[in-house]
Ligand binder design. Sequence first.
Ligand SMILES: Nc1ncnc2c1ncn2[C@@H]1O[C@H](COP(=O)(O)OP(=O)(O)OP(=O)(O)O)[C@@H](O)[C@H]1O
Ligand SMILES: O=P(O)(O)OC[C@@]1(O)O[C@H](CO)[C@@H](O)[C@@H]1O
Length: 305
Amino acid sequence: MIYTVTLNPSVDLIIEVEDFQPEKLNRTRREQKFPGGKGINVSRILHRIGVETTALGFIGGFTGAFIRDALIREGINIDFVDVEEDSRINIKLKSPTGEETEINGMGPVITDPHLERFLSKLDAIDREDMIVFAGSIPRSLPGNLYEELTKRWSEREIRVVVDATGNALLNVIKHKPFLIKPNHHELGELFGVTLKSVNEIIPYGRKLVEMGAQHVIVSMAENGALFITDEGTYLSNVPKGQVVNSVGAGDSLVAGFLGTYARTGDLLEAFRFGVATGSATAFSQDLCTKEQIEQLYPRIEIQKL
Ligand SMILES: Nc1ncnc2c1ncn2[C@@H]1O[C@H](COP(=O)(O)OP(=O)(O)OP(=O)(O)O)[C@@H](O)[C@H]1O
Ligand SMILES: O=P(O)(O)OC[C@@]1(O)O[C@H](CO)[C@@H](O)[C@@H]1O
């Protein structure tokens, strides 16, 4: 079982305007709503590729009901803690020229009893399972929550995956997470540098392995992705195509990787399938389907550097 944790799920409201004008009345010409949040996206993809998953986290109010109903309709196992306030709405504003602007909400207050209820659900996890902590930590929860949980589960030899930014990511690395997946901007931010070329990115990605991460994927959008382990560094291309909606592309990469690794135990195969999954989502309105991944998969090539 792959458990995903989304501490701050969202309704992702994707809106498209003809020609966005600040300080004017703008009208949408297309709108879509999806259950969102990084861990939830990982679970949605895992389910589509036939891997057992349960989505954990906190949901509340009418938006929480939308998220719950949408996931149940898709057949995804969920085990959320209910909170009193509404789950957030995250706005993804797209313009026809391809620019994407995001406004992510704060989310509901999570109290100590909510947190206790959530933590007790994690007791069910055992050695064969994996747990994915993905997305930002809401302000009402301790900022070191991922660190504490990664330490706890890694010590029990459970594979922990963390997709977060800044200190929430930096502080988990010493506890030897199975996988972390910063994009190249996030990697640069961790070290206070701006990284532009693959050659600049590689040494910083390797540092994360030296600091404790077992496997690191650095995604670089249309410039491919790097997979870095103790044993070596690998570069993947990405297929060329029309980006329709990149929201969730990074989460899809994580899900494709983990799902394939859980099935085959083959890290490079997992990386290749993961990249195909990320691109398939970038080229779709919603998250991608298994068929879309399989179409792109033959176009992905991995080379050892
Ligand atoms: N322009 C693109 N063309 C092809 N594939 C893409 C493109 N952009 C993203 N992808 C795919 O999505 C994966 C993740 O993209 P990216 O590096 O943008 O991660 P991210 O910033 O975590 O994503 P997001 O936050 O949008 O979910 C890439 O490795 C690639 O497979
Ligand atoms: O605010 P966070 O938790 O950092 O990110 C949340 C979010 O932007 O990430 C997902 C895409 O990766 C979206 O579904 C969701 O809206």
